[in-house]
Design a protein around this ligand. Structure first.
Ligand SMILES: [Zn+2]
Length: 273
């Protein structure tokens, strides 16, 4: 029985050299041997490349406006309605046209970002046999109805799935002493040095290895409806702490190349038979 999509597209918008999508693609190819895994440009760039010059100019203007409109203005109020400022729209337009430009200090609404990207997927790739995994360096968050605030996230899974190379640094919690000392006024750079190795940092050489697991979660979400696993040594473990994420993604890959628990390994085996 085949649960998994026949086509998987990895969009290269992480904007960091430490994310090597050829390796992620090779890893997935080794697991999903019946699927076609393709690497594409950054998602919006890929979309724009299919348009005529006039259409492209128009699309860039409206996309820049829409993206500026889904910025989180206030992390403790999700209902603020606002018009993006001309400078914000211009910033987004530049970001779209320059694939190297990084985005810093902006938090977007993750589900709105997913919805916006979803509209750009062409009809012929809009069924569940096509899995779109968008890597971006945009930082996004989702509203938590429990403590009534936005929390930064590494990924949102859906159609498409979106994974952030900034979120992987900022979202999972660092060791507790980092926050304690930060509140006491210690310098962030010094604090990061103190816990070095125990969290994923910007341009971290382990980024590629870690992101393999997040791509896998996106494919499991689409294939079987559940991206996560309770086993702390499985790549599908939903880590909330940096140290957990390193354990799930790195120690599992030392055990064997794939890094899945026996139960998830079995789902893969069954899907191939
Ligand atoms: Zn598992």
């Amino acid at each position: 029985m085949m649960y998994f999509p026949s086509f998987v597209y990895l969009y290269n918008g992480g904007r960091t050299e430490s994310l090597r999508l050829e390796e992620v693609s090779g890893y997935l190819k080794n697991i999903f041997r019946n699927s076609d895994i393709q690497i594409r440009d950054d998602f919006v760039g890929h979309y724009l490349s299919g348009l005529s010059p006039e259409e492209k100019e128009k699309a860039m203007d409206s996309l820049a406006r829409e993206i500026a409109g889904i910025k989180v203005r206030n992390t403790v109020n999700k209902d603020i309605i606002f018009e993006p400022l001309p400078g914000e729209i211009e910033y987004e337009k530049q970001r779209i046209s320059d694939p190297q430009k990084k985005s810093f200090g902006i938090l977007y609404d993750g589900f709105k970002l997913m919805a916006l990207f979803s509209k750009l997927i062409p009809e012929e790739e809009s069924d569940f046999n096509h899995c779109h995994i968008i890597f971006t360096n945009q930082l996004f968050g989702t509203w938590d109805g429990g403590d009534l605030r936005y929390h930064a996230r590494v990924s949102v899974y859906g159609f498409p799935s979106v994974i952030s190379t900034t979120g992987i640094v900022e979202a999972p919690a660092k060791p507790r002493k980092f926050y304690m000392k930060r509140r006491m006024g210690f310098n962030i750079t010094t604090l990061k040095e103190e816990i070095s190795g125990r969290f994923i940092d910007y341009d971290d050489p382990r980024m590629t290895e870690v992101m393999k697991g997040y791509a896998l979660q996106a494919i499991f979400f689409q294939g079987v409806g559940e991206p996560f696993c309770d086993d702390k040594t499985c790549r599908l473990y939903n880590a909330h702490w940096q140290e957990e994420l390193l354990q799930a993604q790195l120690s599992s890959s030392e055990r064997d190349h794939i890094g899945l628990c026996p139960e998830h390994q079995k789902i893969i085996t069954q899907s191939l038979s």
